[in-house]
Ligand binder design. Sequence first.
Ligand code: ATP
Length: 365
Amino acid sequence: MADIRIDNLRKEFGSFVAVQDSSFTVHDGEFLALLGPSGCGKTTTLRMIAGLELPSSGKIYLDGEDVTFNRASARDIAFVFQLFALYPHMNVRRNIGFPLLSQGMANAEIRQRVEETARLLQIDHILNRSVSGLAGGDRQRVALGRAIVRRPKCFLMDEPLGTLDAEFREIMVHELRELHNRIHATTVYVTHDQHEAMAMADKIAVMNHGVIEQFGTPQEIYAKPATMYVADFIGSPPMNFMRFTSGLKSGDRSILLDGVDVVVPEIHEDMAESELALGVRPEHIRFSDASRLRGAVYGSEYLGTNQVVAVETPGGLIKARVPANRSFRIGETVGLEFSPEKLALFDCTSGRAVPSQLYQETRHG
Ligand code: ATP
């Protein structure tokens, strides 16, 4: 297994910049998710790591070795595509063993490796079946088997669950993570689905227009989003933003929102005259009759264990995730209370989080 390090990687297609000077390291055995909407440069980044696309500038290191200009076949990497073409005329055993046969490995060793791989993926009972009759989940397992049978240094996966229906996707998310826990292969996984990334990855790189907006653990990215884009992309419903013009100075601990004092994490910069946004996740809002920050219930969505209630405030619509055991009338007035230690502040001009007590650990961590 191996570290993958990319250093100032850039890809231009004519005058269009698909990947802008990305740098990050995936440590040995780590699972990284490249997460972002369609067209943000995830696949291009992955293809450069695989050696299928040449960077315009920057370097790629595999286990410390500069492989930037090595051919794909000279990099010990397995690439699992979304639509992994299995050979329909071969059975499962021959599909999995094919990469080893191409390498010229002896039949007895191929047999042993294929059976070991099939046991790992729990498909040893279908080894002699034809792949054409297999269900989606089993086809993906065969595709994975074909990738891991070579025991490559790393895995690159491009939306491998994209074609599966929702039920299978959930099962495969769990299985892929389980498989990763067993074989600890360094993995880079491309997805536009935040749930997949959060459930599987050790680290996530959130991408936007070719730029990595934040690189961190799922917990860091969720609790301390570096930008408004990340705060909005991660979380369902996403973080609420309440805009205000700041008179904040370094050391301040509260802001004036809709004429009401709201306690926030201590600020470490003078922000007077800036347009700021207070960010709060729906689950960090409580309804309290004592709160002077008030709004009218606009609608609610019952989710079984809890409900999401939309509240119209003077600063805009706020969504709160609250217990399901209370019903609300449309138009009913409620008071909103926030957990101060969970609040984020953003500079609306740059979109970046304002240096504060909340962000101290992340910045120096
Ligand atoms: P998707 O999930 O839709 O594939 P993505 O985040 O993986 O999205 P990329 O496939 O990396 O995005 O594409 C990034 C941008 O680069 C897109 O705007 C795409 O149109 C452009 N692009 C990709 N390959 C080429 C190419 N060969 N020539 C020109 N533009 C390209």
